[in-house]
Design a protein around this ligand. Structure first.
Ligand code: ZN
Length: 430
């Protein structure tokens, strides 16, 4: 084991490379939790929880928690939140198309994709499919991932696009982003044939899917001193990974309140879904834990009032080539530690009280921290923090590690920052 401060970045790289879709992120997290002795629960069964560690999965979302033996029904929760989804290209329901003799897949754009970043890359395919089972509405879920170079979105040559020099690159989501995967000479297989072969199921047994493209270049440390981590989906698998590391840390046994990690799907498209942060998932789990501990609805409200949530999502490090787009007095440094995000207009849920809580956790963990606001003349992004805060009424702080190239197919963060965030989160849970 090395001690150069980058071990957590290497562990994060492995987590990301194992998790090309939100469903795989949940499966990777579940495997880690299984290994740490967490019991998997089903939402459609009654829970009788004793002190211990548990998790549930709903679609591309996962909630895990630890109940210490000293837990009280109204004692409150320490919550870490993050999101499992990233902007990408999603396969349409009738995907097989052909243009100029080239076989392609029709794609929808999921979330705020930097379209240029998907050009000229070797792409794989992953997600889940539903397969027919016995009975009129019965179906089985299969996760699949194809890590061979299968797809590519070729960019138009500069000779055929002279305007690129004056107008910049213009990409139309409908016209220009369909990846290609063959010419039909000897291989006319369509989407169902390829995926069916991968999961060993006849094509006509596949009913429906959530399928998406992923960049095949593996995550890697980068730079003369390997101070950067280049990887896909840092937004927001970085925060997912760090939250799970903190929850399962060695000193978890000494905690006195219930600690929770909530990883949501659909943040990149507004969180409004049954498994998203605007849905009832986290509130349902919290209520069921309170009831399981012998509490009632009154205890639930006491517990909510006692709880604090750290909502973790990535932040915009100051870009060396675009310094002017950043707020001059709130620059963010790569490897400068986790960022506390503030916005007076509540695009972030941070309040001065929760800001103080997280700052103290950083100080106690001996971790540097940074504070960020957007330029006043630029519209501010948002995340799951305001969604869960508004839904549950839990006091929340929005934090996250600094990164560059956000929403690109390949992003960059600091190789020291994941370790900093894990230490700060671990102290927060303690
Ligand atoms: Zn994000």
């Amino acid at each position: 084991m090395t001690t150069d401060g980058k071990d957590e970045a290497r562990a994060l790289a492995a987590f990301i490379d194992a998790s090309p879709s939100p469903f795989h992120a949940c499966a990777t997290a579940a495997a880690k939790l299984d290994g740490a002795g967490y019991g998997r629960l089903r939402e459609n069964e009654r829970w009788a929880l004793t002190p211990g560690s548990y998790y549930v999965v709903r679609g591309g979302s996962l909630v895990a928690w630890t109940i210490p033996s000293a837990a009280q029904a109204a004692g409150g929760f320490r919550i870490l939140g993050a999101h499992t989804d990233s902007p990408n290209l999603r396969i349409k329901p009738r995907p097989d198309v052909k243009s100029a003799g080239i076989r392609q897949l029709g794609v929808e754009i999921y979330g705020g994709v930097l379209l240029n970043s998907w050009l000229n890359r070797d792409l794989g395919l992953s997600g889940r499919v539903w397969v027919r089972d016995d009975g009129p509405t019965e179906r089985r879920e299969h996760l699949f991932r194809i890590d061979r170079p299968l797809l590519c979105v070729p960019q138009l040559a500069i000779h055929l696009n002279r305007e690129i020099k004056t107008d910049g690159l213009r990409l139309d989501a409908q016209q220009h982003m369909a990846p290609m995967w063959g010419t039909g000479r000897g291989d006319e297989r369509g989407f169902l044939d390829v995926v069916g072969a991968e999961i060993d199921v006849a094509p006509d047994e596949i009913i429906s899917w959530d399928a998406m493209c992923h960049d095949l270049a593996p995550s890697s440390l980068l730079g003369t001193g390997e101070e950067f981590l280049a990887a896909p989906r840092l937004d927001n698998l970085c925060s997912c990974h760090c939250s799970l590391e903190a929850l399962t840390a060695d000193d978890a046994a000494s905690r006195t309140h219930v600690s929770v990690v909530s990883l949501f799907d659909h943040e990149e498209v507004g969180s409004g879904s049954a498994s998203g942060a605007r849905g009832p998932l986290l509130g349902d789990v919290i209520e069921r834990i309170v009831l399981s501990l012998g509490g009632d609805r009154e205890d639930y409200h006491c517990a909510i009032a006692e709880s604090i949530c750290v909502s973790a999502d990535m932040a915009h490090a100051t870009h060396p080539n675009y310094v002017e787009v950043h707020e001059p007095n709130h620059h963010l440094a790569i490897n400068g530690g986790p960022v506390i995000k503030l916005n007076a207009n509540q695009s972030y849920a941070t309040e001065s009280e929760t800001e103080a809580v997280f700052q103290r956790a950083c100080e106690a963990a001996d971790v540097p921290y940074q504070k960020w606001v957007n330029r006043t003349d630029l519209a501010c992004g948002s995340t799951i923090g305001p969604a869960t805060a508004a839904r549950l009424g839990v006091r929340t702080v929005d934090v996250g590690n600094p990164q560059l190239s956000m929403h690109s197919a390949r992003e960059i963060c600091g190789s020291h920052d994941p370790g900093f965030l894990v230490r700060a989160m671990t102290r927060f849970l303690d």
